[in-house]
Design a protein around this ligand. Structure first.
Ligand code: HEC
Length: 108
């Protein structure tokens, strides 16, 4: 019974979000995943100083806000050393798999 609820929730999320216009476009999520592992995981794996961060740590709009406004202000140098394109790729990857995206990790 629990599983049915979970699957139904996933399907409903897929449909409701499928109709939405994506706010992030033009980034390459494959490159973003690679960059995320290389540039972010160093400080954001379990037990690290930054705490564990995965795409599901935030919703799509929270990721948008993080990349537009916050820009990792706790440690600005992290974003400063990335090119605009690299940041967009990472943003795309995190956004595509955010907690309320149609492909969050728990549904995969
Ligand atoms: C040099 C280490 C370091 C690197 C590299 C790094 N971070 Fe961080 N990050 C931190 C620290 C430290 C914090 C603050 C954690 C806290 O407040 O507990 C933080 C905070 C964050 C937060 C805020 C957490 C929240 O709860 O809102 C996000 C999101 C984040 N980082 C994403 C990233 C992303 C994306 C990258 C790769 C582009 C990255 N970080 C790379 C050290 C790092």
């Amino acid at each position: 019974m629990k599983n049915i609820v979970k699957i139904t929730t996933c399907i409903m999320l897929t449909f409701s979000l499928g109709a939405q216009v994506y706010a992030v476009e033009g980034g390459n999520p494959k490159k973003g995943k690679h960059l995320y592992k290389k540039e972010c995981k160093a400080c954001h794996s379990k037990g690290d100083s930054g705490g564990e961060i995965t795409p599901m740590s935030k919703t799509m709009s929270q990721w948008d806000r993080f990349f537009k406004n916050d820009q990792h202000k706790v440690k600005p140098e992290v974003f400063e050393q990335l090119s605009e394109k690299e940041r967009l790729d990472i943003q795309q990857f995190l956004y595509d798999h955010a907690a309320d995206s149609d492909q969050p990790q728990t549904c995969g």
